[in-house]
Design a protein around this ligand. Structure first.
Ligand SMILES: Nc1ncnc2c1ncn2[C@@H]1O[C@H](COP(=O)(O)OP(=O)(O)OP(=O)(O)O)[C@@H](O)[C@H]1O
Length: 452
């Protein structure tokens, strides 16, 4: 096997820009009975363990649930132990993090892991810019995404952005709108996670006067409001199943009929959708209609998690610090702050990083507080007695960052208190809050909280 396969990704500059050659690699784990499990190593890190949530699942009792992680970098293949019980070993030496040499066998419990070539390298175009609209990113993963978005934005294609909460899907959707020929038109957000199912239909399609009790006047829905611009459907995976055929019909016919009206009104909006859910899995389970999925996912792009592109952290921190008043700089951070951040897993992604920076500027005496990841056995949240931050330090921050910080504290306390009122029952708490169960789940996930 040639060594250069293990040089990782190779950057090539051409007259048109830069491209990245990504080697095609297969990871094979042979368990103690000789059975093999395999998975391709792509740009996304690959987690090996016994948990069904891992990318490569191995049936070996000596392997931990999340045992180790492999990632492809420009230096080569990096293997990192994830705090496993029995270690990730080369010979008798336990590794924490190391570059893998060609064909080098790695011992995990009673199993052996090997990485092998699996065909020709793939060539991926990279953007020459380290930003797309307001979204920053200098990592290969983000520059590859920006290159795709630059091309897709100029078209009328419907596209779906997939990615964990806080990875920047909404910022990217806005940037797509701003880079599109529709930039002078409206950018309208339909957040399927925030509107309760009973209100969704009238929000999306609008209503005629007298359509239901309380409809004292007619109202246009979001589809009509987006006319001439872009409709951003956020949390697409939460769109109620019974509304899906109606939305599909409206998108195909480019016409909408308000509730209680017989009149069809034309509308012309480009749709960009986003979700943190696995849409294909939802389709397979019957929780999302296949025809709507294929209508929307003409182009499907994945926004990488922040832990997959730690090279972006300094750039993002610099941007968040510079947005304060007076602007702050990287030099003002406590010593080792950037290396501490690079070692953190960021379950809340860029949103978590932005809030950490805001807290650091607001309460420098507290230092860099990195929350522990939520543990599986975590108890129901107690209502935290966090007070709203005092106004004076907030006045040094831009409105959006200040609002988000106050909102995060409020939402944490409010959701925890509401759940406590309803004995940890999410459905009852959601009813009392007047929102969907999915929104409560999303808030719990966002803040690393668990209901009993
Ligand atoms: N690449 C980026 N550059 C600069 N800021 C970013 C980037 N990605 C995210 N952010 C910031 O992080 C915050 C969260 O981003 P955003 O709301 O777009 O995430 P999301 O993926 O849509 O989250 P959710 O799924 O929870 O709705 C925003 O304040 C946004 O400005």
């Amino acid at each position: 096997m040639p060594d250069d396969l293990f040089a990782g990704c190779t950057l090539t500059s051409t007259g048109q820009g830069e491209t990245l050659d990504v080697p095609s690699l297969m990871v094979t784990v042979t368990d103690p009975r000789g059975a093999q499990s395999e998975a391709r190593l792509e740009m996304k890190p690959l987690v090996v363990g016994t948990s069904p949530a891992c990318d490569l699942v191995v049936d070996d009792p000596k392997i931990s649930r999340r045992h180790c992680e492999l990632s492809l970098t420009h230096e080569g293949i990096v293997i990192r132990d994830l705090g496993s019980k029995n270690g990730t070993l080369t010979g008798k030496i336990a590794l924490r993090e190391a570059l893998l040499s060609p064909g080098q066998p790695i011992t995990l419990g009673g199993s052996t892991l090997v990485v092998r070539s699996a065909g020709a390298a793939r060539r991926i175009p990279l953007s020459t810019a380290a930003r797309f609209g307001e979204a920053l990113g200098q990592s290969f993963a983000m520059r590859a995404l920006f290159a795709n978005l630059e091309r897709a934005a100029a078209t009328e294609q419907t596209l779906v952005l997939l990615g964990e909460s806080g990875t920047g899907k909404e910022v990217l959707a806005r940037a797509i709108h701003e880079h599109s020929p529709r930039r002078e038109g409206p950018f309208v957000v339909l957040d399927c996670g925030a509107i309760s199912a009973s209100l969704m239909e009238s929000e999306v399609f609008g209503y005629a006067r007298g359509a239901f009790t309380g409809a004292t006047g007619a109202r246009a829905g979001l589809l009509e409001e987006a006319n001439g611009g872009t409709l951003f459907i956020d949390e697409l995976g939460e769109l109620p199943l019974d509304l899906q055929p109606k939305l599909l019909r409206a998108l195909e016919a480019r016409q909408v009929r308000r509730l209680g009206s017989n009149e069809w009104r034309p509308f012309d909006a480009r749709v960009v959708a986003a979700t943190h859910r696995d849409l294909r899995a939802l389709v397979a389970e019957g929780a999302f209609r296949e025809d709507l999925y294929y209508r929307l996912a003409v182009v499907e792009l994945r926004v990488p998690a922040l832990r997959e592109r730690k090279e972006d952290i300094p750039l993002l921190v610099e941007r968040f610090l510079a947005a304060h008043h007076p602007p702050r700089g990287l030099a003002e951070l406590p010593p080792h702050a950037l290396s501490l951040l690079a070692a953190h897993g960021f379950p809340g992604n860029v949103r978590e990083l932005r809030n950490l920076v805001a807290r650091l500027v607001l309460f420098p005496e507290q230092g860099l507080e990195l929350p522990e990841p939520p543990r599986e056995e975590a108890q129901a949240p107690r209502a935290p007695n966090e007070e709203s931050p005092p106004i004076a330090p907030l006045l040094q921050m831009p409105l959006q960052a200040a609002r988000d910080l106050v909102m995060e504290r409020f939402e944490r306390s409010y959701v925890a208190a509401r759940l406590a009122q309803h004995g940890g029952n999410i459905s009852r708490a959601a009813d009392a809050m007047g929102v969907s169960r999915q929104l409560v789940h999303r808030l719990l996930e966002r803040y690393g909280m668990k209901a009993r």
